[in-house]
Design a protein around this ligand. Structure first.
Ligand code: SF4
Length: 1017
């Protein structure tokens, strides 16, 4: 007899109970039957999902059950880890373990509500009235302020007076609808959480390696010989992913090193810990580069063949006193024309394979990094010199072809004005060591939110389009001009230069956006895309809002009052809005920004004239859809219950507002109605598109029979595209996001696959689906030498069989290009190689990285001599200058961080997590505490030039006093989880303290290093 799991458990429970009762010689059969507790999951419905918090993307089994009443809705009463999931293998961390409490949180919103201008309270409103009113407000504002032509008479079709923030945990399908909604209206101020977290990762890794994402995957960490954790704390922020670090340590003998301002929980189980001053990581990493080059600890063959080390740079490129050639101090930006290669007569880059030319990239890099001696690094960073050298030596050992190091990082590197350059330096270290493309190697950017990778992929950022294409700017008035500008030519003959396919991806996007309205005659609707004159990223847009130039704002699954820097100023900015719409499962600080919460939010409600709509949304457990984990895996999840009360799915909310808006335009006309009315929105129910139809749209369809070079039909009209290689630029294919092509094909939903077979080194290509093309390790061709021999036979993940490339992973390479073909492994780059020198327009602040101090720094003169102290290309609004503090008044360096039990500002609504961390605290080193007379548990005030917070002091030895530039320096740790809403005790939003200035490339705010004072209250 075949028994299911539950039948087996039922039977086993009975037998065990029966056997023990009989053994004891009592318990009649009836009593025994009554005493046996029923298996708690009996009759429950099991639904698969993924954790909604961090982007490890742990698998969940959710169990739901009605209460027995007829027509009762199922309710989720138990969640546990999915034992089949190849990453989490049944584990959940304290955050995931509290998910049931999140679903049933008292902070969940059940009904739409409305706050009238000047009011002190919410009133209930129907969906119909709310969506009617919102559609009316949007239309009136758009019609009044839409800009069809700029002052030069160029067609720009943009709407600047209303903006939208997209979520970070909603599904990809919601993200696609967000994009279509916002861009059809001409909104340029469209942004998502990526702006506040991993923006610099994309800005750094794409120019260096070709793509801006985690190169390897969670399980692959186990293959490393060395794990460097710096700029992140995965034991707390990604606990289940961190188990693969422990796997590397225990089973692979890996050396784990942590470099961090705090001796954190990752450090507690590492082999080695080195302290560092927050904000000085760039100097540390440039010191590592100097060490590798001066000690000749690089993987020579890899560097010569797979990086641009031998490329020759133009004579007029230079670097003096912290500035690269072309700097314009007035504009705080560079003319980058000298950041370029020498060119030969055919226009190809000049290369010197002997590396003798002093203008070779490797020689310029050697000279550039030489200033970062161990002594200088120690002075800048406060890291003891011997600790720094230990890290250098350990990493250097992995320059051996058969050893690898992996680097794990997160917001500790991104949250700096210099964040992009910090991450780029790390990527360059990995190129020099030959560790990119290797199993157990790479740059593992640990994404924070569960779908922020997806929202980045989907182009939900001010100047982006899906699949990492750029939105056209004002000067790109014609489709041809735009495509010529964004489609690169090969820098070396014979290279793949995959972005040469950009026209195919772009036209396929346009066919998805405008459907039959996109024709060759109207350049596929090119004019209907809004064109930009400048960035409308969150920092820029809140600055505009503060100046009273913004009327409306939509915050979907986003709590900017808690997430944006300089909270008091952000609250003042929100107060100048005419209307605010929030869509969220939870009652957030943002939707209540007008409420007086005493010292936590001290406002006069009656003075705030903003109309606020608080729309209740479903959460992860109440929808079907896909999210993308940090390793680029698109994982499909299923609805386990309906949302509470009268809450709606996000797609339903967006679909209803958009449908009403379109009806208004159809009836009344208005300004530039074409993009609104022509946007393809042909869902079965336009007010409530299904995730399945949207997911297929993201993948794409053939709009005509697609033939190969020989005229054979490879995809029939109406079929889903099998991958992006079949896309065309003639309007015969439609695909919203080219890198998602292959995620839902004629073979079915690839994202829902559950084959966890290991095809080698922990690779599980049958589980879910990874972009691009289901590759699990990016640049994997670089794991073999030019002849196709693996650098390390134990790590062979792909192989050439004489005809084609194949193996345990999908080759990141043309499958028929044989070894020795001269085709480089970094196929997205026009050079075919990884870039140690990233010239052209790739970076705002230099083709080589340089250490610059945080905007607020205790360091007044650089150990590097006469030099630009702060990032000269970081954008600085005049209004922000008076809000910056100086070290005389604020002598301590503060850094924000997350703790294991809480996730941003969400889990404070979950009872279990609130019990574990009920009250706000700050962390102070014992020496500083002794100096200030502070004992553990005392209330302290931590203040910056922007405001203050008060919290309990946790006094530890984890924050060491450092010696920086000959002076003692103390640091303060500020966890960022509490606020005035939720199940925890009320607390201050930690972002009250942080400055509103961002990374020079991505405008991601500098949350990780700023100046404060500390006093006992
Ligand atoms: S928070 Fe991250 S590590 Fe924890 S259960 Fe959720 S996905 Fe897994």
């Amino acid at each position: 007899m075949a028994l299911g799991r539950r039948e087996f458990l039922k039977g086993a429970g009975t037998c065990v109970g029966g056997a023990s009762a009989i053994a004891l010689g009592f318990a009649p059969p009836q009593a025994f039957a009554q005493e046996t507790r029923q298996y708690k999951l009996l009759r429950a419905k099991e639904t698969r999902n993924n954790c909604t918090y961090c982007s490890v993307g742990c698998g969940l089994l959710m169990y739901s059950l009605g209460d027995g009443a007829k027509n009762a809705k199922p309710s989720i009463f138990h969640i546990e880890g999915d034992p089949d999931h190849p990453v989490s293998r049944g584990s959940l961390c304290p955050k995931g373990a509290g998910l049931v409490d999140f679903i049933h949180s008292e902070g969940r919103l059940h009904y739409p509500s409305y706050r009238a201008p000047g009011s002190k309270e919410w009133t209930r409103i129907s969906w119909e009235d709310a969506t009617d009113r919102i559609a009316r407000l949007l239309k009136d504002d758009r019609d009044k302020n839409f800009i069809e032509k700029n002052e030069k008479g160029e067609t720009v079709n943009r709407w600047l007076s209303t903006g939208m923030l997209a979520s970070s945990a909603a599904s990809n399908e919601t993200g696609l609808l967000d994009f279509k909604f916002a861009r059809s209206l001409g909104i340029l101020a469209l942004d998502c959480q990526a702006r506040l977290c991993h923006g610099p990762t994309v800005s750094a890794l794409a120019p260096t390696l070709g793509r801006g994402a985690m190169t390897n995957n969670w399980v692959d960490i186990k293959n490393a010989n060395v794990v460097l954790i710096m700029g992140g704390n995965p034991a707390e922020a990604h606990p289940v992913g961190f188990k693969w670090v422990m796997e590397a340590k225990i089973r692979n003998g890996a050396k784990v090193m942590v470099v961090d301002p705090r001796f954190n929980r990752s450090a507690a189980v590492a082999d080695f810990y080195a302290p560092i001053r927050a904000g000085s990581d760039g100097a540390f990493l440039l010191g590592v580069i100097n060490y590798l080059l001066t000690h000749d600890k690089i993987q020579h063959e890899y560097v010569k063949s797979y990086t641009n080390a031998p490329f020759v740079v133009r004579e007029d490129f230079s670097f003096h006193e912290g500035l690269f050639s072309g700097y314009d101090a007035e504009k705080r930006s560079y003319d980058k024309s000298s950041w370029a290669y020498d060119r030969d007569a055919q226009g190809y880059a000049v290369v010197d394979p002997t590396l003798q030319n002093p203008r070779c990239v490797i020689n310029l890099l050697r000279e550039h990094a030489a200033r970062y001696t161990p002594e200088v690094v120690a002075q800048i960073t406060g890291t003891p010199e011997q600790d720094f050298l230990h890290v250098c030596e350990t990493l250097a050992a992995t320059s051996a072809p058969d050893l690898t190091s992996t680097i794990l990082f997160a917001l500790g590197w991104t949250h700096h004005t210099n964040g992009t350059q910090i991450i780029r330096t790390a990527a360059m270290i990995q190129l020099l060591l030959g560790n990119v493309g290797m199993p157990g190697g790479g740059l593992n950017a640990l994404r924070g939110h569960s779908n922020i990778q997806g929202y980045t992929d989907l182009g939900l950022l001010s100047l982006r389009l899906p699949g990492y294409m750029n939105l056209p700017k004002d000067s790109q008035q014609t489709l041809d001009g735009y495509l010529q500008a964004v489609t690169p030519h090969a820098d070396e003959p014979g290279q793949v230069n995959y972005w040469h396919n950009t026209p195919k991806f772009f036209v396929s996007l346009m066919k998805t956006l405008w459907g039959d309205h996109a024709t060759p005659a109207n350049n596929w609707g090119y004019d209907w895309l809004p064109k930009w004159d400048r960035s409308y990223d969150m920092l820029a847009y809140f600055e505009m809002m503060h100046q009273g130039k913004v009327n409306g704002y939509i915050a979907q699954g986003f709590n900017p009052l808690a997430a944006m820097p300089d909270k008091n100023r952000m609250r003042d900015a929100l107060s100048k809005l005419r209307f605010l719409v929030t869509m969220d499962p939870l009652d957030t600080e943002t939707s209540n920004f007008w409420q007086n919460e005493g010292t936590f939010n001290d406002v006069r409600s009656e003075d705030i004239q903003t109309e606020v709509f608080r729309l209740p949304a479903s959460c992860f457990a109440e929808e079907n859809g896909s999210i993308v984990n940090s390793a680029r895996w698109l994982q499909w999840h299923f609805e386990g219950a309906r949302p509470p009360g009268d809450a709606w799915n996000d797609g339903h909310i967006i679909g209803t507002i958009f449908t009403k808006l379109r009806a208004l335009y159809a009836k009344e006309g208005g300004v530039c109605p074409e993009p609104v009315l022509n946007m393809q929105w042909n869902y079965k129910d336009p007010e409530d598109p299904t995730p399945e139809e949207v997911a297929k749209e993201a993948n794409g369809y053939a709009l005509a029979d697609i033939t190969d070079d020989k005229g054979h039909v490879v995809v029939r009209r109406g079929e889903l595209l099998p991958d992006f290689s079949v896309m065309k630029d003639d309007g015969s294919t439609a695909s919203y996001c080219w890198i998602f092509a292959g995620s839902w094909t004629e073979a079915g939903n690839q994202m829902a696959r559950r084959d966890n077979t290991d095809t080698g080194l922990g690779t599980t290509p049958g589980w879910a689906w990874a972009w691009p093309a289901n590759r699990r390790i990016l640049y994997n061709r670089a794991s073999l030498d030019v002849q196709g021999r693996p650098w390390d036979p134990k790590r062979q993940i792909i192989a050439w069989d004489g005809q084609r490339w194949g193996g345990g992973d999908v080759p990141d390479y043309p499958v028929t290009s044989p070894p020795n073909s001269g085709v480089g492994p970094f196929i997205m780059h026009s050079e075919g190689v990884g870039l140690l020198f990233a010239g052209g327009d790739k970076l705002a602040d230099g083709p080589f990285p340089e250490h610059y101090e945080p905007t607020e720094t205790p360091v007044l003169a650089s150990a590097l001599g006469k030099t630009a102290l702060r990032n000269p290309a970081a954008r600085f609004y005049a209004d922000e200058k008076p809000r910056m503090g100086d070290p005389a008044q604020y002598p301590y360096v503060a850094t924000t961080y997350s703790i294991t039990e809480l996730f941003r500002h969400w889990t404070k609504h979950s009872r279990l997590n609130a019990i574990m961390q009920p009250e706000q605290f700050v962390e102070i080193g014992d020496k500083l505490a002794g100096k200030l007379g502070i004992n553990a548990g005392d209330m302290v005030r931590v203040s910056s030039h922007r405001g203050y917070i008060e919290a309990k002091a946790v006094v530890t030895k984890r924050l060491k006093r450092l010696n920086v530039m000959g002076k003692d320096l103390d640091q303060v740790g500020v966890p960022c989880h509490w606020g005035f809403k939720g199940a925890t005790r009320k607390g201050y939003l930690a972002n009250t303290l942080t400055p509103a200035i961002g990374d020079a490339n991505s405008q991601t705010p500098e949350f990780k290093a700023f100046l404060v004072n500390v006093e006992k209250v």
